[in-house]
Design a protein around this ligand. Structure first.
Ligand code: COA
Length: 156
């Protein structure tokens, strides 16, 4: 079962992201701000944040949004599956859901950013498996030796 995030979910979503060990402290702080901003304003601007539950607990969430000042370009900001639920198909379900919703909103293309370091190899495999093209590498973007890898998929 899934539904839009509620403000009460925020502590569990932030903890879930933190416990994956995939995100830096500054990214975890940013996630809390992203969720607060979503409830305050960005939801009304078409951003989406949907949560999957294994009652009563959230076990995954996906956040996607239209890119401002573009023609129907979307970006996937966050996709996280709780550590003990990974590798069972939930991430794929959430990614397909985001794509379906973006298509319904007449989205043209979806971009996803991730890191180049070894730790993100399974994450990169996940996007390649879902037919994303490796579109760009922004060398040393996050830090020396950690580039931004940009994946792209046309939505039509
Ligand atoms: C990346 C993530 C969303 C994928 O969701 P998932 O439910 O684990 O993945 P699925 O079961 O739907 O798909 C499995 C495929 O994804 C890849 N994969 C990525 N991370 C994986 C993990 N931790 N465990 C198992 N497979 C993983 C594999 O390619 C796997 O396919 P394969 O077994 O045939 O090689 C999830 O593992 C996660 O939250 N990882 C940590 C946070 C993260 O990297 N988020 C994205 C930041 S850009």
């Amino acid at each position: 079962m899934h539904r839009p995030a509620s403000p009460d979910d925020t502590p569990a979503l932030v903890r879930m992201a933190d416990e994956t060990g995939f995100f830096r402290p500054i990214e975890i702080e940013a996630l809390e701000e992203v969720l607060d901003d979503w409830h305050a304003i960005n939801r009304a601007d078409g951003h989406r944040c949907d949560v999957w539950l294994k009652e009563p607990e959230p076990i995954g969430f996906v956040y996607f949004a239209p890119a401002p000042m573009t023609d129907r370009t979307w970006q996937l900001w966050w996709i996280v599956v709780r550590q003990d639920q990974q590798g069972r198909g939930l991430g794929s379900t959430m990614l397909r859901h985001a794509e379906d919703e973006i298509r319904k909103a007449n989205g043209r293309v979806l971009f996803i950013e991730t890191g180049s370091i070894e730790k993100y190899e399974p994450t990169r495999r996940f996007y390649l498996k879902h037919d994303y093209d490796l579109n760009a590498e922004l060398k040393d973007f996050y830090m020396e030796g950690d580039s931004m890898i940009v994946f792209r998929k046309a939505m039509n």
